[in-house]
Design a protein around this ligand. Sequence first.
Ligand SMILES: [Zn+2]
Length: 228
Amino acid sequence: MSVPSRIESQPLPLPNFSLARAASYLVDLIFPPACGSCGRVDYRFCVDCQRRLRAAAISRIPCQVTALDAAAASGKYSGILQSALQSFKYEGALELTPILAQRLISLLKALAWSIDCIVPVPLHQERLTERGYNQSQLLSESVALALDLPCQPDMLQRIRETSQQARLSQEERRANVQGAFAASASVAGTSLLLIDDVVTTGSTLSACAAALRAQDARTVYAIAVSRA
Ligand SMILES: [Zn+2]
């Protein structure tokens, strides 16, 4: 019997490990999650509520945002859409990604904007580590795949940590995010689509657009699942 002189060793696959996800798994064991819409235990967002979310009407809400060529949202931030976005963003209900992305895909098909590339609104590295995912990037990747467009998260970076916009007034929001983003030189001459989950005053999208324009982006559009 021949003995192999060297055992072919394959590197062990590294698990997709993040401390935040491991911690959230442990928390779920001790405190089971409840559906973000109806409260049913053991679901972050139960199948019945997912069905209602899928059936929720898609509107075309134009948003006026400084520095953008056009912006739109697929619905108002209320009812099942609001619960879904909160579960998606804060409770790790990532199973909602395709349902929420489908709203953006339908809206984009109706808008027929000419887009070269999709850019998610970036999270600062610290917040990304804490949450374990960037909800805007998950939506962007899903939309990009469906529309056969490139998704380029590295075209835009958050260079400064900012306070949570939710607690701030409109004026404070603008000051909070001004200069918080930097774009790569590769955006020059391109038509870009920014994707975010919720647009409130538009100050984050506006600051992103300003950074992209500073690097000579030709056109900057933005789309969000909902407008608050
Ligand atoms: Zn439910």
